[in-house]
Design a protein around this ligand. Structure first.
Ligand code: CAA
Length: 258
């Protein structure tokens, strides 16, 4: 694995794991760290034996936001020249499933990182929120857009205006979190979920992710057209032959991602 400063990386079977590792600042995301995360996701994306990625923190926290120390001296021009959000566009281009395993704080940019993932599994003691308003700013890595699409305008405005923390249970009720589990088993549960997903046909997963993401983005007619195109494409895969043949032969399919 590459030599990273702020993340640990390993694989377990067909699952690639990225652990955020700046515990001294509650995994605050500085520019180098988010660059490392996305570079490693792209690395997993390029490996045919890795089918699912997991982003996790440590037992105590996921990520308490963008690094405030790093942002202190920024100006509109310095942002414009550095274009620090370009890396988030690369994150959105990841086609394989990405799971967030959230312990402790997922705040600001940390919450946005989780929202960029396809599935969020949270520990019961996890806390979600956008405290940027208390710093005199606002979310900048997609928070207002992602949250509003999930929970609607009024709830999103109230939450982001006050900058409160919400519990994992509240986040699950709002449709943000897929499932909430006891802190002692969060990583085990996440890996179980990831390993199960990694057995699903990879080409189907990718085509489904593209179509579902489109549903939030485009008019219904355009989304239906893309869905139909992806449905046709799936029939060009060996996995389609294998999946349907296995059904007819009454056996479990074995998907190769071809
Ligand atoms: N940036 C930099 N350092 C941070 C940080 C952050 N976002 N969050 C925590 N830290 C640091 C603290 O400064 C502290 O460092 P020192 O030990 O050197 O003092 C260390 O992490 C531990 O933090 P606390 O002592 O504050 O821990 P706590 O348990 O008392 O409180 C907390 C935890 C409520 C999460 C609190 O740390 C906090 O409010 N952090 C800031 C959260 C925040 O505002 N996030 C949004 C950032 S802006 C953003 O994300 C913009 C965007 O959309 C892209």
């Amino acid at each position: 694995m590459s030599d990273y400063e702020h993340i640990n990386v390993w694989t377990e079977g067909k699952v690639g794991v990225i652990q955020l590792n700046r515990p001294e600042s509650l995994n605050a995301l500085n520019r180098k760290m988010i660059e490392e995360i996305v570079t490693q996701l792209e690395e997993f994306e390029s490996k045919s034996d890795i089918r699912v990625s997991v982003i996790r923190g440590n037992e105590k926290t996921f990520a308490a936001g963008a690094d405030i120390d790093e942002m202190l001296g920024e100006s509109p021009l310095s942002f414009e020249l550095a274009n620090p959000f370009a890396v988030w566009d690369r994150l959105m281009a990841i086609q394989k499933p990405v799971l967030a395993s959230v312990t402790g704080y997922a705040l600001g940019g940390g919450f946005e990182l989780a929202l960029h993932c396809d599935v969020i599994i949270a520990a019961e003691d996890a806390k979600f929120g956008f405290p940027e308003v208390n710093l005199g700013v606002m979310p900048g890595a997609g928070g207002t857009q992602f949250l509003t699409r999930i929970i609607g305008k009024r709830k999103a405005l109230e939450w982001i205006w006050f900058g409160d923390h919400k519990s994992a249970v509240e986040a699950e009720q709002l449709g943000i979190v897929n499932r909430t589990v006891a802190p002692e088993i969060i990583f085990e549960e996440t890996m179980r979920f990831a390993a199960k997903l990694a057995e699903q046909p990879p080409i189907s997963l990718r085509l489904i992710k593209e179509a579902v993401n489109k549903a939030e983005d485009v008019p219904l007619r355009e989304g239906l057209t893309l869905e139909r195109k992806n449905f046709y494409l799936a029939f060009d895969s060996k996995d389609q032959k294998e999946g349907m043949r296995a059904f007819v032969e009454k056996r479990r399919p074995s998907f190769k991602g071809e």
